[in-house]
Design a protein around this ligand. Structure first.
Ligand SMILES: [Zn+2]
Length: 90
């Protein structure tokens, strides 16, 4: 079994406890980051996979990646994350 060390919505690596999202009772959510999931709900519940890609590209560009390269990587990796896998199955 592979451990979930990245957000299952945006793919951001989760390296410190402050980066984990929160449940309604304030405890840490084990699969989503704080930017995607806060107090028991997605912060952008209506996001499509495409919108999530658009949302994430600038962060990767900021880290030195080319925009096209970032987009291609996100389009290849995000569909495998738990949030989007569920959508694909429908
Ligand atoms: Zn996230």
């Amino acid at each position: 079994m592979e451990q979930h060390q990245a957000c299952q919505s945006c793919g951001m690596p989760l390296t410190s406890p402050e980066q984990w999202g929160t449940n309604q009772d304030g405890s840490k959510h084990a699969e989503y980051c704080v930017y995607c999931y806060e107090q028991g709900a997605f912060t952008q519940p209506d996001f499509t996979l495409e919108q999530m890609v658009d949302f994430c590209v600038p962060f990767l560009v900021e880290e030195g990646m080319q925009a096209e390269q970032a987009r291609a990587m996100l389009q290849a990796s995000l569909p495998h994350l738990k949030r989007w896998k569920a959508v694909e199955a429908n």
